[in-house]
Design a protein around this ligand. Structure first.
Ligand code: ADP
Ligand code: MG
Length: 240
């Protein structure tokens, strides 16, 4: 569904991604881990062209992206992203947040978008919050709105960048539950998270990024019980 080949990215003299190759199959859930600064966010941002690569190639559902020719809004419609800090529009209601992009980018009819928006809010357990403003929601509710908003574009892949890291511990579960449900429904997902329980239960593959290089790529059982790389072992001891 998404193929990254030989992705290089530097910020000035700092080489953050040093030739990343990553393939994600349709319906696959890949959890991406690594210490802070290893390049996880930068890699996700390259995948939906929030960050311009220095070199490399990205193919989405068989179509190799040419960032000079393809419209970025169209690419981002195919590769949805959920951020640590939700990034909801504060002056729009929950429903307006969810339907904004389909109406603006996909030119969806407003009534149809509202229907879609309400069904997505129901899916994330927030049907009763359609008309309220984000400031009235808990962090876990805000993040579930952000997930509904990403789904509203009917993306081919969803990227999550530490979606529960900004949440109080008691709110983490409700967001992970929604993500787990999406995984079960066959959504293709790449998830940066420190929630190792989620990685063990939901991931098809766990990938460890270290200083801009993939050093481990295995099924969860192998990753946690028998990693190849010493740095992966150290990381697992730190987070568990
Ligand atoms: P992670 O998400 O794994 O913590 P990041 O991808 O955010 O890592 O960052 C990797 C490295 O790139 C860090 O050293 C960070 O400081 C640097 N970096 C990230 N974004 C920028 C930027 N816009 N300008 C300069 N340096 C950046
Ligand atoms: Mg990050």
């Amino acid at each position: 569904m998404i193929i990254g080949e030989n992705i290089h990215k530097s910020f000035g003299d700092l080489e953050v991604l040093k030739g990343i190759d990553l393939q994600v199959q349709p319906k696959e859930v890949v959890v991406l881990v690594g210490v802070s600064g290893s390049g996880k966010s930068t890699l996700l941002r390259c995948f939906n062209f929030l960050e311009e690569m220095n070199s490399g190639k990205i193919t989405i559902d068989g179509h190799t992206i040419n960032p000079k020719k393809d419209k970025l809004a169209n690419i981002r419609a195919e590769v949805g992203m959920v951020f640590q800090h939700f990034n909801l529009f504060p002056h729009k209601t929950v429903l307006e947040n969810v339907i904004e992009a389909p109406i603006i980018v996909k030119k969806m009819d407003k009534e149809k978008a509202k229907q879609l928006g309400r069904s997505l809010l129901e899916k994330v357990g927030l049907a009763d919050k359609a008309e309220v403003y984000p400031s009235k929601l808990s962090g876990g509710q805000k993040q579930r709105v952000a997930i509904a908003r990403a789904l509203a574009m009917e993306p081919k892949v969803l990227l999550f960048d530490e979606p529960t890291s900004a949440l109080d511990p008691e709110l983490v579960g409700e967001v992970l539950q929604v993500m787990k449900q999406l995984a079960e429904e066959g959504m293709t997902m790449v998830v940066v998270t420190h929630e190792m329980k989620f990685a063990k239960e939901v991931a098809d593959r766990v990938i460890m990024l270290d200083k801009g290089v993939i050093i481990e790529d295995a099924d969860p059982k192998t990753f946690f019980e028998n990693p190849k790389n010493e740095r992966t072992r150290q990381f697992i001891q730190l987070v568990e």
